[in-house]
Ligand binder design. Sequence first.
Ligand SMILES: CC(C)(COP(=O)(O)OP(=O)(O)OC[C@H]1O[C@@H](n2cnc3c(N)ncnc32)[C@H](O)[C@@H]1OP(=O)(O)O)[C@@H](O)C(=O)NCCC(=O)NCCS
Length: 176
Amino acid sequence: MTAGTGCATAIEGLRPDLVVPTQKCAVRVWHAAYDALLPAGQVEHMLAQRNSVAALESYLGAVDRWFDVALRQSGSAATEVVGYTSGRLTSPTSARLEQIYVVPDCWGSGLAQALLDRAMSRAEDAGAERIDLTVNKANLRAQRFYARNGFALVDEVITDIGNGFVMDDYVWARPV
Ligand SMILES: CC(C)(COP(=O)(O)OP(=O)(O)OC[C@H]1O[C@@H](n2cnc3c(N)ncnc32)[C@H](O)[C@@H]1OP(=O)(O)O)[C@@H](O)C(=O)NCCC(=O)NCCS
């Protein structure tokens, strides 16, 4: 699928050969997005939980969840993952947008929109009528993006994620 943005040439489902490039992308984006918002060590802890090889491989061939990556191919350079999105069904008619992450040099390029469009199609194809997400209360850029895309604040939640860390989030939702 064409990504429709100068930043990426395609958006495709996660494949085994893209697991390590996706991890590299995640490390880059998470530090750029969260180093100023979260206590020292929390980014590494969350990356280990969500973006380990085992966590990423759990999406391969799964029917209740999905993981799509945005690819950039320039010249003879190796294909680079420049963004990704994942989600899962939480009930037969509800989905959770788990992650939507774009490398900083692609922010404001339209790639995030292309990834969200893909995520909404995935949720619709899976039968979801509603989709929700959690977003760090201090992550204002992401909240602007979600508001622009029809999500509205529905709740707030503090989640203990181990090692003394918590996630202090808003919950946003919208119809699919
Ligand atoms: C959250 C995230 C995916 C949003 O992507 P983004 O590209 O930054 O957000 P937008 O698509 O809203 O674009 C940002 C700006 O570029 C503009 N823009 C978007 N597409 C554009 C395009 N094709 N051409 C020109 N401008 C564009 C938007 O209007 C917006 O402008 P504004 O901030 O002045 O209103 C991205 O910032 C990101 O990966 N952040 C780090 C990870 C993160 O926080 N993820 C969410 C966790 S809950």
